[in-house]
Structures are given as C-alpha cells and as structure tokens.
Design a protein around this ligand. Structure first.
Ligand SMILES: Nc1ncnc2c1ncn2[C@@H]1O[C@H](COP(=O)(O)OP(=O)(O)OP(=O)(O)O)[C@@H](O)[C@H]1O
Length: 457
C-alpha cells in the first residue's frame, strides 16, 4: 500500500490512545510511531521530521490544565516552525485547545474520537504543513533570482524614465497585469519590484521565475507544480510558482521563452484563477497578479507563431516600454555616480572624481548591455583605478585594447566557434560568475545558459 504521507508521531502516555491512533492513521502514513513520554520529543525531532505530531496536553497524573503540553508545543514550534501539531484534548477542554492553536497548533481532536474525523483532521494538518514548506522553498528559490536588484532604487531623470515612473505609480495599485518590454539590462526586474512594492500585495514577497534560465523539461512543473509520482524524479509534491505567488505578485521574466505548447495552460490558469498541478486531477485556486517581462520587440511578440495573442492580451493590460540606455543618455551620469560610490563603499576605496573627458566618452558610448553593463563597468573601474580620478582606461569598453579581437581569437572566422570562444573568454574573465559573464557579452543569464548548453560548456 502506498500512503500519501510518510511519518506521524503520536505523543500520548495512554497506551490505548496510542494504539487507537496507530490503527486510525495507518492508511495515511507509512510509519506511525508513538512516544509515551514527551521528553524524548526533542531527540526525535532533531533527526526526523514528522508530517504530523499528535500531541496530548496532559501527562502528569491528574493534570488537566494542559500547561505541560503547551510547553511541549512551544518547544516543537521552536525546533520546527513548519510543524503540524494536532492536539488531543479531553472532551470539553476547548479553551486549552484554543490556546494551543494560538501558539501554533494546526487543529485539535477531542477524546474519544471517531476514526474518520481523526483521519480527516490529521490529513489536513499534514497537507497544510507540506504546502507551507513548499511555499517557503519556492519563495527562497525565487528570491535568489532577484538578489542583485532587490534593493536598488530605480534611477534616472530623463523624460523617458519620468514617464516610466508615472506609469508604474498609476499601474501598481490597480492589480492589472503589466508587461514590461526592453532590451537586456534595461531594468525590467527593478520595475517589476517597484510595481510590487507600490501595490496592495506588497505585504507578501514577490515570487519570480526566470523563464530564460529554466530548462525546458521543467517549465511545466516549475510554473504549475506537480504531484508526487507524476513523472520520473517527482519524488514529492511540488507547489509551483503560480501557487507560491498566491495573494502576491508573480514576476514572469523572459516570458518570450515560454514554449508555445504551455501558453494555453498559463492562459487558462490566469483566466480561471486556478492551476492544475502536473499529475493532479483537481484544480487549486490562485489569486495572483502577473508582471511579465521580455526582451523581444513588440513586433516579435505579436507573431502568432511565437506567442499566442490571447495570452499576450491577458498579460499586457498595461505595457511599459523601457528604452535602451543609449536612448536616454541623460541618465548615464546619474547611474555612474550612484554605482561608482556604491562600489567605492563596498570595496572600501576612495571616492574618485570622474573627469570630464572620461565622462563624455562614457555618455557617448552605446552601452549594448545597458544599465547592467554600466554597473559592472563601474565595479571594475572602482577596483582598477589608482589615480586621483577615474580614467577611461579603468572602464572595460570594447574599443579598448583588451577587448577581444580577431587576432586574439586566432583568426578564426567560423561564427559558431567564435561564439564559443567569446563565451569561454567571458566566463574565465569573470571567474565563471554567470551574471557578470552574461553582462560582458550583452546577454541575459538565460540566453548565456542556453548558449553554454549548446556549446557543451
Ligand atoms: N534605472 C535603474 N536604476 C538603477 N539601477 C538600474 C536601473 N536599471 C537597471 N539597473 C541595474 O541594472 C542591472 C540590470 O537590471 P535588471 O535585472 O532589472 O534588468 P533586466 O532588464 O531585467 O535584465 P534582463 O533582461 O537581462 O533580465 C541590475 O543590477 C539593476 O540594479
């Protein structure tokens, strides 16, 4: 028999109750173990993690106030904040049970219990624990994506950026879906974070998924979740980002990479406000605001062979176009000043002046990698500079002698080979830091990952 859960722990000093619980729960749990004395609880919890703990509140002879059990409950919640604890109470001791729930217990059952009632209560508590853990893991995974832009303010005083800011302020509180268009490195993720920060959903963390860095075989389960056993390797249930973003904002980065065959499924989920995890036969309700971003042009996105137009209309209720940095050169000095002083602080370097000539060259440079490349250029300059002021040589711009040239690449003119060599070079130069290498190459992390895969790197 394959039970849906692994391990239930019953903590009760009455052997009859422990036996009755074991019998009632054996179809739900592969293992049901009992402890008759609560002091062994900590030892068990340090090496094992029960899906559910059934906890009696009174152990000492004649005790009825539940204080001993409440203390144990506190210890359990400290050791495992996701623990699912179901309290066993004597009939009528509701006030103690209510206190236990305030302190983190999931539910309670009164003795004597009906087996069906007990199984239903315990099942819901174990399922709730699973959902909580999954949600936390999803949040942890997705916050990794945006670490670098998480605390960066949206800078820029060009007219174009003022318009972007205005749009953000108007769109953010409305809950409308937003589509952000712009080249790589123009700040799409910062804009998404800003929309979330100014929205009614700001109390919960934004959940992000980079569809450019997700391997194709995982798209479906990353987005929609899966049930244990749905496919080889699905060793436990997984919640999926759409559900993890419940009551919050989901940032779908590089939406242009979503395969055509999954686009209808995303559309249905958004229209019906529910998802069906892979391998499940029941839909799960979701309440999600979607902010999507792409580096594809509006023209490419409106190509039906690439992107379903009905999905596009779901996503682009409000469209924000982030212009390339070369189209708003007035922002370059502000950004340089911000990042040069930020990195000077980080690396404990003196604040140097950025001389007029160097600044002119930087303002006139086209920045194909946009703000991301400017940020990395500023970081390098802070590390390399040694005079009183920054010189243009301190900034790694491709027209400089250390830029890759055909000569350095051995005169090879095969495009594929050149691409591979450039990628290897960028990776080595940045000690295999994918973000830095991607920015050096003017690519998104996702695009770099795909090319690395293609070249077997
Ligand atoms: N207006 C801005 N003000 C300050 N920093 C910015 C701005 N725009 C972009 N940046 C910085 O540039 C880097 C790239 O920004 P972000 O990741 O938001 O770009 P993106 O358009 O989402 O890139 P990609 O398409 O490659 O995912 C980040 O480090 C971010 O902090």
């Amino acid at each position: 028999m394959s039970q849906p859960f692994d391990f239930a722990l019953v903590v009760d000093d009455d052997p009859d109750i422990a036996l009755a619980a074991r019998l009632a729960l054996r179809e739900l749990f592969a293992r049901v173990e009992t402890l008759t004395a609560p002091d062994e609880l900590a030892t068990v919890l340090k090496k094992d993690s029960p899906d559910v703990i059934l906890l009696d509140l009174n152990f000492e002879r004649g005790a009825t106030d539940g204080s001993e059990g409440l203390e144990q409950l506190g210890r359990i919640m400290k050791l495992d904040p996701d623990a699912a604890v179901v309290i066993i109470t004597a009939h009528g001791a509701v006030s103690v049970a209510v206190e236990a729930i305030k302190r983190g217990a999931s539910d309670f059952v009164a003795k004597p219990w009906g087996n069906e009632r007990l199984a239903a209560t315990v099942r819901s508590a174990a399922a709730l624990r699973r959902t909580r853990i999954e949600a936390r893991l999803e949040r942890e995974r997705s916050t990794e994506i945006g670490q670098s832009s998480a605390e960066t303010p949206l800078l820029g005083k060009s007219d174009a950026m003022s318009r972007v800011r205005q749009l953000i302020e108007r769109a953010a509180p409305t809950d409308a879906n937003v589509l952000i268009l712009g080249e790589n490195g123009t700040g799409k993720e910062i804009v998404a974070r800003e929309i979330h920060r100014l929205s009614r959903r700001a109390g919960k963390p934004m959940v992000a998924i980079d569809l450019g860095a997700t391997s194709e075989s995982l798209f479906e389960s990353e987005l929609f979740g899966h049930m244990k056993g749905a496919f080889t390797g699905a060793s436990s249930d997984r919640l999926g980002r759409l559900k993890a973003a419940d009551h919050s904002t989901l940032f779908l980065d590089e939406i242009g990479n979503l395969p055509l065959h999954l686009q209808p499924k995303l559309l249905t989920a958004l229209e019906q406000r529910q998802v069906v995890p892979v391998g499940a036969n029941k839909a799960v309700p979701i309440d999600v605001r979607v902010v999507a971003a792409t580096n594809l042009s509006a023209e490419k996105l409106s190509d039906e062979n690439r992107f379903r137009q009905d999905l596009l209309f779901r996503l682009n209720t409000i469209e924000i176009h982030l212009p390339a940095l070369r189209a708003r050169r007035e922002d370059i000095p502000v950004l340089l000043e911000h990042y040069l002083s930020q990195y000077a602080r980080k690396y404990d370097k003196p604040v140097r002046e950025l001389g007029g000539d160097a600044l002119d060259l930087l303002v006139n440079y086209d920045w194909p990698g946009n703000v991301r490349a400017l940020r990395h250029a500023a970081e390098r300059a802070v590390i390399l500079a040694d005079g009183d002021s920054y010189r243009i040589e301190d900034f790694p711009l491709p027209s400089r002698p250390d830029a890759p040239s055909l000569q350095l690449l051995g005169g090879n003119l095969n495009l594929d080979q050149l691409e591979k060599q450039m990628i290897e070079r960028a990776l080595r130069m940045h000690h295999f830091n994918i973000s830095l290498a991607a920015s050096e190459l003017g690519l998104s992390r996702g695009a770099l990952y795909r090319r690395m895969e293609k070249h077997g790197l």
